[in-house]
Design a protein. Structure first.
Length: 279
């Protein structure tokens, strides 16, 4: 309407690729192509590194297209509505796996699950989470749900109410990728988050750039002043861990201490020699 748009072959092929992926994604779950990998998160506040949680990260292994990253298939799942089935599957599988881990560890190990705002906003989401906890037998205290700042975009009142109901059951709520996106400090103060995950964009360079260090320092103080724990995401280097510890960060996650893995038990059941040498 009153405008001109130019067609390019790339436009057609990227649309074609997207539609192809959507068709494939429709049957990926039933074909068993979606799996969860788990990335460890460690408490660093007491000086050492203590495993406290695994974050569930979805992986799609397609027989001919290969491994498709979540950055590609989660947006398609959200737009097509497939995220509802995918999200329920991930939540149930993660809770079931977390129940199994407890037998291998003296300390309780939490599981963190990313929840799309599409799923979170559905009516009866709270009931569904409670049903899954009941079916799998996982204590709500061992479940952390991660939301991004997009939950604040539409109907924040409904989001606040839903979060309050989840927190009342004992579930922990974390805000993911904080600092990118649509950060609104007023919502941060109103939404009942217990944990703030600082996006890895801030962690990158924290050991070299004074301005990045100042940002991370301020974010940690902000979170602590609001009674939230802080997890730094994407810690890849010893020096980054050291700075985050000095600044008072509570927990870290990143390739330094462990990438996402299909075998999280390797972090719990350490070989005897490794455990002895660490102590
Ligand atoms: P996220 O929840 O912020 O997860 C952290 C991402 O950072 C993961 O990417 C992880 O592999 C990556 N990462 C961890 N440590 C490092 C590091 O030290 N360096 C670097 N460069 N990257 C690191 P991944 O697995 O590709 O997931 C991307 C995003 O997709 C996740 O970001 C999350 O928002 C979304 N996602 C993954 N699984 C699910 C799911 O089951 N449901 C929903 N709704 N979203 C999911
Ligand atoms: Mg996350
Ligand atoms: Mg994140």
């Amino acid at each position: 309407k009153n405008g001109v748009m130019c067609y390019t072959p790339e436009l057609g092929s990227s649309l074609g690729e997207r539609m192809n992926l959507e068709t494939e994604l429709r049957t990926a779950l039933s074909r068993g192509e979606i799996e969860l990998h788990y990335q460890p998160e460690f408490d660093i506040s007491a000086g050492g590194t203590r495993l406290v949680r695994f974050e569930a990260l979805a992986r799609w292994f397609h027989p001919t297209l290969g491994t498709i990253p979540p950055s590609k298939f989660i947006p398609i799942a959200e737009e097509s509505g497939l995220i509802v089935a995918l999200g329920s599957f991930s939540l149930e599988r993660a809770c079931r796996d977390a129940v199994a881990w407890q037998a291998f560890s003296l300390d309780p190990i939490q599981v963190a699950v990313n929840v799309s705002s599409v799923l979170f906003r559905r009516p009866f989401f709270v009931e569904e989470v409670k049903d899954i906890l009941h079916r799998t037998g996982l204590s709500p205290r061992l479940l952390q749900l991660e939301l991004t700042e997009s939950v604040m975009l539409t109907d924040p009142e409904h989001s606040i109410e839903t979060m309050k109901q989840l927190v009342a059951t004992g579930i922990t709520m974390a805000i993911d990728d904080f600092g990118t996106g649509y950060s609104s400090l007023s919502y941060l103060q109103r939404l009942p988050f217990q944990t703030l995950k600082i996006d890895r964009a801030f962690v990158k360079g924290v050991e070299e750039k004074p301005e990045m260090r100042a940002m991370v320092d301020s974010l940690i103080n902000l979170a602590h002043n609001l009674n939230m724990r802080v997890i730094a995401e994407g810690v890849e280097r010893e020096e980054q861990m050291r700075v985050i510890r000095v600044l008072g960060g509570d927990e870290i996650q990143g390739y330094l201490l462990g990438p996402p893995t299909p075998d999280p038990l390797q972090h719990i059941c350490k070989p005897v020699a490794a455990t002895a040498s660490e102590e």
